[in-house]
Ligand binder design. Structure first.
Ligand code: ADP
Ligand code: MG
Ligand code: MG
Length: 881
């Protein structure tokens, strides 16, 4: 087996599509080399080595040593330098790189190969003592932290002290002599702290670093990140060993990161940050404020690369254009400039906000880079969630107390917390929090996940906080120099002098970078422009229809705006809870006889008819499925003495009798109790009233407004076809009476929900009585697993965490179990009635993997909450492509 792949001097053994084997970084280093971009030579140790390493009790494959040595010799020949050579020393970086990019998860070691002898060689070759010692002290700092596991603050502190003593602020102000002294101090400190010498042997350094990269694959931070992003731990990481280029050799040197387009807005403008005379992660670390790459990308406070290094800027512009053309996607690049010459150190498809994803995809179609089909696939359905949510109401008054960088858009309000652990704890209690940090690091990911938004005092648009927040679709204001964070007193002071303590509410606007006191109201998303265009392509492609679950005209209006093609589930019970109705509903439930019930129902009828008029009007003839009353009656019962007394006087019975009646309706397990069609069987007058209201509303609108309305009347919780036969006959009788009275021609459908396993298994019989099925996957999941959603909170999270269930079955449809029942229901339903209409309602209707499943088994439509309609539309298109 080949374990090592070379790249350099225009040749590469690997390719860009070998990410599984070489990791993302390695594959793209090979690809960039092959297309002629300037990449320092190096080689990649494959992810297979990582997998074997863990399989074999942390042992490397036997042939690895020799293969690494051989490839190192190849670099040495190309560079005319040797690792450990006192005259012409080769220095390398050791970089991790998994298949999927895991920002900041594994640390890179730079300048490896330095020791007291080789540093002399570097001085001689470069003629620059300051540079040589700067590289050496950086190497000791990184290596002792990343490989030897020493707390990074210990050496950083020595550095800070030295700067203080010299009266300077920046690393770049330290002289060669300072840095040389620093190297000595660092080495002593390492020995004092770890009880052994800092390793001087370059081979030992190299293998130490390789081991650290493989070791870091299983560290807790990496595990957390993988869990959050569904990256399997079997994938492993690759290790890249690459000869160094130096951005810290003076003022004609620099290092930087850039995006070929704006990752926040999608704007087609090359965009990035850089630092003169710096190395590696200096830009991201936020120790010095980075400068913008192009003039248009900055705020004018710092000169851009375009202005200060125009020649290098030209090289970089050319490289980024080549990269975008080649990859046909927005790239996130890392580069270094050594003595005026550009070197590319990394490229990958850039993370972006949902807004940017949509804009970039649509723009690239117009630029002829990609097809409409590609554009559709470029946007992840789940990502749209970000777009569909509100932003700050521009007309709302607000007090801006500070302003930082607009690192990740959206708006968020919450109570301030200062640590990731606190954020997580608060979120568990259901609190909305804003995580405020000086800067974030990979240790904070769980807290960032739990928070509504993130505010950092330091770091640029490419800082850890910014990158991770954008990936999570979370609002983030970064690099907010206007605030002074004090962890000790648990408060921050803003520019305007306001003191914000832990627990105070603030609002962030991730699109402007503004930080505000208190909670600011928000407004709905705009669904026009590029978004509208993309969705029009989506609608051309998909086969599956998308409806919404909507109970009110308002919900229906929102659903229409998001592109719903009908209502798949109108739950009538929600209509019964309104304050002016609940009394009549209770009266109906608690009446001793049919007469009493009818009296109460006659009060509800006109209100219920009004509901349907509103709904039908809003939907303008699109299909509307109305579910007859479903929940157990006890949900409507009066809860307290005051309610009981009030109701008793209306019903002209004693409070005592009424209380007894209420008690008699108590159920031990209402979810499996007197609900759904069982109510229709025992109290037929309830469903009769509802059918009457539906049909009267439909007839009236057909007569008055000429809408073509075909009401779909849905009977819930059927387990046995005879239930449906009885209720269907009742409904037909009532509906036909209404139609006869109205004198207009109206058709209607009667169908059922398939939400019990028995219904799915006997769907062929049930289809005799049903003109449509709607799979109620919420209840079907509960009854298939035999678990109650309301009680699952005690164990379900643990099940998911321990991967006993791959995901929460109430979020993503369990395809092998519950999905199998749905499929059986479909097949059997169609056997009896080939043109039966099939759909799904329930939360799963808006979850991408479930939508794709629904497409595969041939449903006609999915129905989901209005806000998820665009997500379902996009997922339905993905299912086709
Ligand atoms: P990460 O995965 O965290 O981005 P990288 O391996 O990309 O880590 O390394 C971080 C930074 O270190 C790079 O962006 C680059 O600036 C610097 N770096 C890595 N290798 C080299 C090298 N061979 N020469 C110069 N700089 C390097
Ligand atoms: Mg890093
Ligand atoms: Mg990188």
């Amino acid at each position: 087996v080949k374990y090592v792949y070379f790249f350099g001097d225009g040749n590469a053994e690997g390719k860009g599509d070998m990410k599984n084997l070489l990791g993302g970084k390695g594959a793209n280093l090979a690809e960039m080399t092959a297309i002629g971009l300037p990449v320092p030579p190096g080689f990649t140790i494959t992810t297979e080595v990582c997998t074997e390493f863990y399989k074999n009790d942390r042992q490397y494959p036997a042939s690895l040593k020799e293969e690494v040595a051989e490839h190192l010799r190849r670099i040495e020949t190309l560079m005319g330098k040797r690792l450990g050579d006192a005259k012409k020393p080769l220095l390398v970086s050791v970089r991790s790189g998994a298949r999927a990019s895991m920002p900041g998860m594994m640390d890179t070691v730079l300048n490896l190969g330095l020791n007291d002898q080789t540093v002399q060689g570097v001085i001689e070759l470069s003629g620059d003592e300051r540079f040589a010692y700067d590289s050496y002290r950086r190497f000791i700092q990184m290596y002792s932290n990343v490989v030897l596991g020493m707390d990074g603050d210990i050496l950083e502190h020595i550095l800070e002290q030295a700067k203080e003593k010299r009266g300077v602020h920046q690393d770049t102000d330290l002289t060669a002599a300072d840095l040389k002294e620093m190297v000595g101090l660092f080495k002593n400190k390492v020995k004092e702290t770890l009880g052994r010498e800092f390793p001087g042997d370059p081979q030992e350094q190299l293998w130490g670093a390789i081991g650290a990269v493989f070791g870091s694959w299983m560290n807790p931070r990496a595990n957390t990140y993988r869990k959050l992003n569904n990256i399997p731990s079997e994938w492993g990481t690759a290790v890249n060993i690459q000869s160094m280029v130096f951005g810290n050799m003076g003022d004609d040197c620099a290092t930087g990161v850039a995006f070929t387009r704006n990752p926040s807005t999608g704007e087609h403008l090359f965009f990035g940050e850089f630092l003169v005379n710096a190395q590696g992660e200096d830009v991201v670390a936020g120790t010095r404020t980075p400068q913008p790459i192009n003039k248009a990308g900055g705020d004018g406070s710092l000169p851009s690369m375009e202005e200060v290094m125009p020649e290098c800027y030209g090289q970089l512009m050319k490289a980024q254009q080549i990269l975008e053309k080649h990859y046909r996607d927005m790239q996130d690049i890392e580069f270094t400039i050594e003595k005026g010459k550009l070197f590319m150190l990394q490229t990958r498809n850039g993370k972006r906000t949902a807004n940017a994803a949509v804009k970039i995809a649509v723009d690239m179609v117009k630029e002829g880079l990609i097809s409409e089909r590609d554009a559709i696939l470029r946007v992840a359905p789940e990502q749209l969630d970000q777009l569909l949510h509100p932003s700050l109401d521009p007309s709302a008054p607000k007090t801006v107390i500070a302003k930082g960088l607009p690192a990740s858009p959206g708006a968020a309000s919450g109570e301030v917390v200062f640590s990731a652990d606190e954020a997580e704890a608060a979120a568990r209690l259901g609190l909305k929090v804003i995580l405020v940090r000086v800067e974030t690091s990979p240790e904070d990911i769980h807290g960032m996940h739990a928070a509504q938004g993130i505010l950092t005092a330091r770091g640029g648009m490419t800082s850890h906080a910014a990158v991770v927040a954008r990936g999570m679709g979370k609002c983030c204001v970064a690099g907010c120099g206007d605030i002074k964070v004090d962890y000790r007193t648990q408060q921050f002071v803003a520019r305007d002098g306001s003191v914000i303590a832990k627990g105070d509410v603030i609002t962030l606007d991730g699109s402007t970078g503004e930080v505000m006191k208190g909670q600011i109201p928000t407004v709905q998303a705009q669904l026009t422009g590029e978004f509208g265009e993309l969705m029009s392509w989506v609608d051309k492609v998909r086969r599956l229809r998308v409806r919404a679950n909507a109970d009110t005209p308002h919900d229906a209006a929102v659903a229409r705006k998001f592109g719903a093609e009908g209502i798949g589930l109108c739950r009538t019970e929600h209509m019964f809870f309104e304050a002016d109705r609940i009394m009549a509903v209770r009266e109906m439930i608690l009446s001793e006889d049919m007469e009493g019930r009818k009296r109460a129902l006659s009060k509800i009828l006109p209100m219920q008819k009004g509901d349907f008029l509103g709904l039908f009007r809003e939907m303008k003839g699109l299909p509307v499925t109305i579910r007859l009353l479903d929940p157990p009656l006890h949900e409507f019962l009066p809860q307290n003495d005051k309610d009981i007394d009030e109701l008793a006087s209306v019903m002209k019975v004693t409070a005592q009798d009424l209380r007894h009646k209420v008690e008699s309706l108590h159920e031990f397990n209402p979810m499996l109790g007197h609900r759904g069609c069982r109510l229709g069987i025992t109290f037929p007058e309830i469903y009769d009233m509802q059918v009457q209201a539906i049909m009267e509303a439909a007839c009236q609108l057909i007569k008055d407004d000429g809408f073509e309305i075909v009401p779909e009347i849905m009977i819930p919780l059927v387990s046995e076809v005879r239930e449906l036969a009885i209720l269907r006959a009742n409904a037909v009788r009532v509906a036909d009476e209404v139609i006869a009275r109205s004198g207009v021609k109206v058709s209607y459908l009667i169908g059922t929900m398939i939400e019990l396993p028995r219904a799915a298994l006997t769907a062929d019989a049930i289809a005799v009585e049903a003109e449509f099925f709607s799979f109620g996957t919420n209840d079907l999941t509960q009854t298939t697993y035999g678990l109650s959603r309301d009680d699952a909170g005690k164990f379900l999270p643990l099940y998911v965490e321990r991967e006993i269930f791959p995901t929460d079955p109430f979020v993503a449809l369990d395809q092998s179990g519950v999905g199998q029942l749905v499929e059986i229901g479909c097949v059997k339903g169609r056997q009896t009635r080939p043109n039966i209409k099939l759909g799904i309602c329930g939360e799963h209707g808006g979850e991408p993997s479930s939508v794709i499943f629904c497409h595969k088994i041939g449903l006609d439509y999915v129905s989901c909450s209005p806000f998820r309609v665009p997500i379902a539309r996009l997922a339905a298109a993905h299912a086709v492509l």
